[in-house]
Ligand binder design. Structure first.
Ligand code: ADP
Ligand code: MG
Length: 375
């Protein structure tokens, strides 16, 4: 295996364990994890692999195939102080969260595109956590590993992500999406047979990033929290559209719009689950479109590049499309017929060139397996 050889070249011995974990794409359920809603991601076929061996001197050495120029050196004592900057803190954070007290040699090779909104960060954390769980016989459940890797990213890396990415990277099953209830963290596997219907999910990384300019994420979260407080509910999950409409005058116009996205999106996820179960993919595609319109017009987290992908895909025969992730850039998805794949990517490429945008990147994947040991 390639990673075993690469490990040996870096550290002069064979690894004791090798594990892998995938990236993910979220079919539907956007900006509702913090409103206690539902999300419906699936694991993509691209994975990150981690090979690990114990050391007996308390030192930690890390090499990434994606950063071949440098071996990162740390130690157990530095770990306690949340040491480490740069990419290695995603790995050190997992060791910290799992309270590892042993030196280690670690080699990682990530084939999930970095920073494309496909969660290379969770793939990295979960592959390390899966390997460590086995190597030290920690006996952690997948739910515990999801919570611990989320803590690593929140507290050690310093990114306030929800638990979706880690949950699906650890728990996914080939052929299924993972319905995750963000209120109680319960999960269900939902069959997704796009391939059987001659369909595929096209993922388009716009490579646009307008995210950090206005702190948009915090504002959206705060609007949902203030709307919930004014309506006397814990979260948007406790509202339905009728209830929300009837109390419109208690909210500001902006709060009402933000709440309308959250409430309608939660309903759309549950509707989408039924459409997937009954293989009504045309209706499922329409839900993707409605989700995009809601994110664009009510939640106002889209951007011209994302809208261009969605509009161009739909104009060229997609069953539906939407932005995914936090917004203001990043990726969009489109449910398309296999035979339209070339035509639609070309049309998007052309539209981007005409608009003077950076060339987008294209990926596609069927729902794939979650994290596993591979040796
Ligand atoms: P995303 O998770 O959407 O890909 P993030 O910004 O959350 O984007 O995470 C990407 C970061 O994770 C990279 O910039 C890098 O610091 C780290 N990372 C992910 N995979 C690897 C890898 N294989 N090697 C080194 N660093 C990685
Ligand atoms: Mg990430």
């Amino acid at each position: 295996m390639e990673i075993v050889q690469a490990f040996e070249t870096s550290f002069g011995a064979k690894p004791e364990v090798v594990a892998q974990a995938p990236g993910r794409v979220n079919l539907i359920g956007e900006h509702i994890d913090y409103s206690q809603g539902f999300v419906l991601p699936f694991a993509i076929d691209a994975v990150t692999r981690s090979a690990i061996r114990k050391r007996d001197d308390g030192q930690i050495r890390i090499v990434s195939a994606q950063h071949p120029e440098a071996m990162i050196r740390s130690s157990i004592s530095e770990l306690r102080e949340k040491g480490g900057t740069g990419w290695s803190r995603y790995i050190l954070g997992v060791l910290w969260a799992l309270e590892i007290e042993n030196g280690l040699d670690i080699y990682v090779d990530g084939r999930v595109p970095l920073g494309a909104g496909l969660s290379s960060s969770a793939a990295l954390e979960c592959s390390v956590a899966t390997a460590i769980n086995h190597l030290f016989e920690l006996g952690k459940s997948l739910t515990q590993l999801a919570q611990l890797t989320q803590r690593a990213e929140n507290q050690y890396v310093g990114v306030p992500c929800g638990i979706m990415d880690q949950s699906v990277s650890l728990m996914a099953k080939g052929g299924y999406a993972l319905l995750l209830d963000c209120r109680d963290l319960s999960t269900q596997h939902i069959p997704v047979d796009f391939a059987g219907a001659g369909l595929r999910l096209l993922i388009v990384d716009t490579r646009a990033d307008h995210a950090l300019i206005d702190g948009g994420y915090a504002e959206r979260r705060a609007s949902c929290e203030s709307a919930a407080a004014k309506l006397g509910v814990v979260s948007m999950r406790d509202l339905d559209m009728q209830h929300l409409e009837s109390q419109k005058d208690k909210l500001t116009a902006v709060e009402f719009q933000r709440a309308r996205h959250a409430v309608s999106e939660i309903a759309r996820v549950l509707n989408a689950v039924e459409r997937l179960r009954t293989k009504q993919f045309v209706e499922f595609g329409e839900l993707l479109n409605q989700s995009h319109i809601s994110l664009r017009d009510d939640y106002k987290v889209s951007c011209p590049e994302l809208d261009l992908v969605v509009d161009t895909a739909n104009a060229n025969g997609a069953l539906g499309a939407r932005m995914v992730g936090g917004g203001f850039g990043g990726s969009a998805i489109a449910l398309i017929k296999d035979e339209d794949a070339g035509k639609i990517s070309l049309a998007i490429e052309k539209a981007f060139a005409e608009a003077g945008y950076q060339a987008p990147r294209f990926f596609d994947s069927l729902p794939s397996d979650g994290a596993k040991l591979i040796s």
